[in-house]
Design a protein. Structure first.
Length: 213
């Protein structure tokens, strides 16, 4: 599924946030490689402690090369996060498209983040917490997720695979829960990762929406 296809699917349920930076197809091979390397670095070590010069040194490129991708470190961080979130969206839609049972579709949709080989660390979540623009970006993407989840719940009810519920309310509750589960303090206090917390949420949701026969 292309970037355009993914956004077309999302537009039925909720508006996708404006893309930050050019699509991958308009980047050079080196540009894509650098964004991939930045994502891996941020996942492991966060981004707050780095200057542009330090990022350039870690990636073995010039500062000018990074400034060609974004005019500031903050915008570079947002582009990397936006690219990652859009990829999650495409993976979610691809997984859902290949599953017929509505309950299994909802499970797959929520488990995408937990199945990613490179997982967000507490360091990254702490840095996002301290960067308001990144928090807003995450919220924008989650609003789109809320709309897609509502569609899946409504489909499940039409097919009698989900108990009668107010789909919009349930989707908003899940949206709020996903936002809460990104709180580094909560994760530290429970000794779990964000991905483990999402699995718990998905299990709870499954139990709550299964039809009562």
């Amino acid at each position: 599924m292309s970037d355009t296809d993914s956004e077309a699917v999302g537009s039925r349920a909720g508006t996708a946030p404006p893309r930050l930076g050019p699509p991958s197809s308009q980047l050079s091979a080196r540009g894509r490689e650098l964004l991939d390397e930045l994502e891996a670095l941020f996942l492991e070590e966060g981004f707050a402690k780095f200057t542009v010069a330090q990022l350039a040194a870690r990636l073995r490129c010039s500062r000018r090369t990074l400034y060609e991708l974004a005019p500031s470190k903050g915008e570079l961080v947002l582009i990397v996060l936006d690219r990652r979130l859009r990829r999650f969206g495409r993976i979610s839609e691809q997984k859902v498209a290949g599953i017929d049972d509505p309950l299994e579709r909802i499970d797959a949709f929520l488990h995408v983040g937990a199945s990613e080989p490179k997982r967000s660390t507490l360091r990254l979540l702490e840095d996002i917490e301290g960067f308001p623009a990144a928090r807003r970006l995450m919220a924008d993407h989650y609003r789109r997720t809320t709309g897609l989840l509502r569609e899946l719940l409504e489909e499940g009810m039409r097919r009698d695979r989900v108990r009668p519920l107010r789909a919009a309310v349930v989707a908003e509750i899940i949206d709020a829960a996903l936002d809460r589960l990104q709180d580094p303090g909560l994760l530290r206090s429970q000794g779990i990762t964000y991905q483990e917390a999402v699995i718990e949420l998905a299990t709870l949701l499954r139990k709550g929406i299964e039809p009562q026969f």
